[in-house]
Write a protein that binds this ligand. Structure first.
Ligand code: IVH
Length: 692
């Protein structure tokens, strides 16, 4: 890698772009997918390099620079815990013969005579993440993730928020016991969490396991506390006195101490029984509230477990009997695009119907355009499909990619198939989304529900049931329709003909709509349902612009690509590139602007309280920063300038009033001189912005 000092400007620019992408990718893997591919040290190195290059070339700092994002560093987030007894894994079996072989191996090892049979405890294999909970004299003192099996992360504070985990053991407790088991999230909670993630503008989790892992590894345990994590106990680590007797009896002790032990646990004796039991659990699988991927069979007698011991990293006394992914081949008839409630375009393969493990499959999700491209799936292809844990079948691969006369590669549409608005893909996202949020039939119900919801317009009497009913009846299509309805006797008469709408109810509805004709700017913005504008960001925007006309003008400028507007928004504390991208895409769509205008025309939108601005010699002046300042970080310097009434610009022009020059200033200083712009030292800037 080139030394930072040896980079020229072009190389530095390219390097900063590469680093921004690599760090954003690492952040996504760490925070959203809980699947980091970099070590902490590698990640630190990327950030350090980014910082060093930015310090040398301040003019090249990107609007989406990683150094603008706070709280993203996973460095030393959790303390390390060395497991005194390692947390190992299990060998897998899939076919019935492998279970017969497992039982035979155990019998051979123990030299069991033919007439002796062993008990096996069979438990569902929970698809979560394993955790070790250390109790001393009955009190929970430490909770750790599995990590690499030898060293895990200290997640004690977060585990304390899990309701299935007793912080004090009930009944009689041993001096030391490490209880092990699986932290998981139930499917309905997972679905709810993902809805919330979407609404708050965060990426959804891929599956309940990732959601559980991401929730457990939150730095702020208050966030973990709001995520409904659960825990099944199924084992132990260090124990004083040692655990003896039968594993099934140990499970009973766990129950007595206040743990949840999986209720589907059974004892089986022969290989045939083990196979039949796993098949039975497989039939129950879809009906369970949590995800499982097999059954774990364990020898019940702990003395026998000890005799059997371990091979490598797995016990000889247990096996994970996994469910088989059911597969079949069929042909792709067509690729269609579905538009979700939040505007996400999801490609779907329409298949020649085929039986896969007893279920007829005619469609499979194609996830997103990258998936189609990576597997190069085309109409007419013969494909291998599989049903694994999920109800939705997956395409594994194209079986005949080299056949003669194969059609062209699939081209993903860049317009919405429902409303023809542009469909855009924001940087760093896999999903392409329709930008016609307010007019797209696929999204209208969701958007209007958000609009009338408690945090936005808070209209009583309109909920999940009524909104679709009114849309169906043609009374609601765009946000403004709500306020037209309340003042239009003809439409109200039509409402009276719908089921459940009596006179009183209509009067109440009209009253609650009329009460919202005057609305604060932040609630108005929130109600528009623009991506990434949850409550917090709506308030940030409202405060940054103060009034509706100022906000509207700013948004139109932003959509038109005005660099000063971009710089202005980028300087607002906590506004990031995702939000800016979403606002740009939304306001670039004329339909959306028309819908916003129509709604605003029905309303009186009240100004937001702007942060107090302190009068100073900089009030009303346009200030630019360049070079490395000695005492102030760039973000702090900008915030300080704005607090004292200045506007912070991006590039030097004849409109610039002051250029604040730090060390190693680049081309801006020369340009300022050429234009006769007054320059300030950091010290002068600090003096001009002193006082309160
Ligand atoms: S017993 C010595 N029982 O599966 C290993 N593991 O593939 C003892 N798991 O890391 C593990 N449900 O995270 C056991 N009922 C269960 C389980 C279970 C899920 C997970 C666990 C383990 C992985 C091994």
């Amino acid at each position: 890698m080139t030394d930072v000092d040896a980079l020229d400007e072009a190389a530095a620019r390219a390097e900063l772009a590469r680093l921004a992408e690599a760090i954003a990718q690492a952040d996504r893997e760490y925070y959203q997918q809980d699947r980091p591919s970099l070590t902490d040290a590698q990640y630190d190195e990327l950030r350090r390099r980014n910082q060093a290059i930015e310090a040398r070339f301040p003019a090249l700092v990107r609007p989406d620079s990683p150094s603008h994002r706070v709280g993203a560093a996973p460095v030393a987030a959790f303390g390390k815990v060395v497991h005194r007894v390692p947390m190992l894994s299990l060998d897998n079996a899939m076919a019935p013969e492998e279970i017969h072989e497992f039982v035979a191996r155990v019998r051979r090892f123990l030299k069991r005579p033919d007439d002796v049979q062993d008990d096996y405890v069979c438990e569902p294999k929970i698809d979560g993440l394993s955790c070790s909970l250390r109790y001393e004299d009955g009190y929970l003192v430490r909770a750790a993730t599995r990590g690499d099996g030898t060293t895990g992360e200290d997640v004690t504070a977060n585990v304390r928020t899990i309701k299935d985990v007793p912080t004090r053991l009930h009944g009689e407790a041993p001096p030391v016991i490490e209880v092990r088991g699986e932290v998981y999230m139930e499917r309905p909670a997972f679905a709810r969490l993902n809805e919330e993630q979407e609404e708050a503008g965060q990426l959804p989790f891929a599956n309940p396991r990732n959601a559980a892992a991401g929730s457990l590894r939150q730095l702020d345990s208050k966030i973990t506390a709001r995520r409904p994590l659960r825990f099944f106990a199924y084992g132990w680590g260090e124990a004083d006195p040692p655990v003896t007797g039968r594993y099934s009896a140990f499970l009973e002790r766990l129950r007595g101490w206040g743990f949840v032990v999986n209720p589907l646990t059974r004892i089986c004796r022969t290989a045939d029984e083990l196979v039949a039991h796993q098949a039975e659990i497989g039939r129950q699988r879809q009906g369970l509230a949590y995800e499982i991927d097999g059954v774990v069979d364990k020898i019940d007698d702990i003395a026998l477990q000890e005799r059997l011991g371990f091979v490598g990293r797995a016990p000889r006394w247990a096996i994970a009997h996994k469910f088989k992914a059911e597969q079949a081949q069929t042909t792709v008839r067509e690729i269609t695009i579905q538009v979700g409630r939040t505007g996400a375009l999801t490609p779907v393969a329409e298949l020649e119907p085929v039986n896969v493990g007893g279920v007829t499959v005619a469609r499979a999700t194609l996830h997103n355009e990258d998936f189609i491209q990576a597997k190069d799936i085309r109409v007419g292809d013969r494909v291998l499909i599989q049903r694994a844990g999920d109800v939705i079948p997956q395409i594994v691969e194209v079986v005949d990619p080299d056949r003669p006369g194969r059609g062209p590669a699939y081209v993903f549409p860049d317009t919405c198939p429902i409303c023809a608005s542009h469909a855009v893909r924001l940087e760093g996202e896999a999903v392409r989304r329709c930008t016609g949020g307010l007019i797209c039939a696929a999204q209208v119900a969701g958007r209007l529900q958000l609009l009338v919801g408690r945090d936005a317009f808070d209209i009583e009497g309109l909920g999940k049931k009524q909104v679709p009913q009114l849309i169906e009846a043609g009374l609601l299509r765009a946000p403004a329709d709500l306020f037209v309805l309340a003042r239009d006797p003809e439409r109200l008469a039509k409402l009276g003909t719908l089921e459940g709408w009596g006179k009183r109810k209509i009067e109440n509805l009209v009253r609650s709509i009329e009460a919202r004709r005057t609305i604060p700017l932040d609630r108005f913005i929130l109600g528009l349902g623009i991506r990434f504008t949850g409550e917090v960001n709506a308030r940030l925007l409202a405060r940054a612009y103060g009034s509706y006309p100022a906000w509207r003008e700013g948004m139109l400028k932003l959509a038109a690509g005005d660099p000063d507007e971009l710089a202005h928004l980028d300087n607002v504390d906590r506004v990031g590139s995702a939000l800016i991208g979403a606002l740009t895409a939304f306001f670039a769509e004329p339909h959306n602007v028309a819908a916003v205008d129509a709604l605003a025309a029905e309303l009186t939108i009240t100004d937001a309280a702007r942060p107090r601005v302190i009068q100073s010699p900089l009030s009303g002046k346009v200030v630019i920063f360049t070079g490395t300042l000695e005492t102030l970080g760039r973000a702090e310097a900008k915030a300080r300038a704005e607090r004292f009434g200045a506007k912070v610009g991006a590039s030097v022009s004849k409109n610039t009033d002051y250029l604040v020059v730090g060390a190693d200033a680049g081309s801006k200083a020369a340009k300022a001189q050429a234009l006769g712009v007054q320059t300030l030292s950091e010290q002068q800037f600090l003096e001009m912005t002193s006082g309160t």
